[in-house]
Design a protein around this ligand. Sequence first.
Ligand SMILES: Cc1ncc(COP(=O)(O)O)c(C=O)c1O
Length: 314
Amino acid sequence: MANTLSRATGDTAIGEGDEVVITEMEHHSNIVPWQLLTERKGATLRWFGLTEDGRLDLSNIDELITERTKVVSLTRVSNMLGTINPVAEIAARAHAVGAIVVVDASQAAPQLPIDVTASGADLLVFTGHKVVGPTGIGVLWGRSEVLGALPPFHGGGEMIETVTMARSTYAGIPHKFEAGTPPIIEAIGLGAAVDYLDHIGMDVIHAHEQAITGYALEGLASVPGVRVLGPLDAASRGGAISFELDGVHPHDIAQVLDSRGVAVRAGHHCAKPAHARFGVRASTRMSSYLYTTPTEIDALIEGLHYTRSYFKVG
Ligand SMILES: Cc1ncc(COP(=O)(O)O)c(C=O)c1O
């Protein structure tokens, strides 16, 4: 069993008066840990706001990312708005002031080819279940000098070089971050998932994603009362499309679609601040992937027309 050490990753680098910069479109998993850390260290959390069409508002980048900034952490692709963010541009500013850039690639890794070394990231993470892999496991990539400088954040078996009753020394990267018996089954499953996507080709998957997203956006535009949250052009977004349908609650939409065999998600999609930005508590989200066909998108659009007539809106 691994014991959590009080010194979490990054703690050593962040102190009172320092700042961490995130964005208003983050998944809660890229908001809450920074809130916990900055509260504990007396540091300040700041964030990029969003434009009306669901992009990052970079107009105040030089005021947000300053000499006080220690970490800039942002998503490459929003799991709610679909927006693909200009990470390299933001990273250039972050690096100019000596900050570390953390990229959440959970929504990007399944959809886009990612060249980690050119991405601008110092640390890049993604979760397994979004790359057709298992839950409870993910990937952390980091530049070796960054990983090398970070202290272990879990103590336990497997992460040590040697242990005496007085003190311990730690294994090199990546082992110093992998305390305890690893999730072996999940790791094998994640490896198989990555091989599967690699075999199909991320370029092929990306092209399919763009085509099906464009088709879905056209279809959604044909339904009166639909408001897409996020960019309306397929080229600057991924295939997760959150929307509202005027006069119908997001969960009602999901239920009617479900009764017709169309699976969507309703709720806040772990992005409450982004919903608040657009004045809504929840939305309905369709998510396409490599297996989604135009016929399935047609079923969604027909289902939305049916939903309008069922609830007698319009
Ligand atoms: C963009 C994004 N980041 C982070 C996560 C968190 O993943 P997990 O809960 O597996 O850690 C998700 C989850 O689906 C996500 O969509």
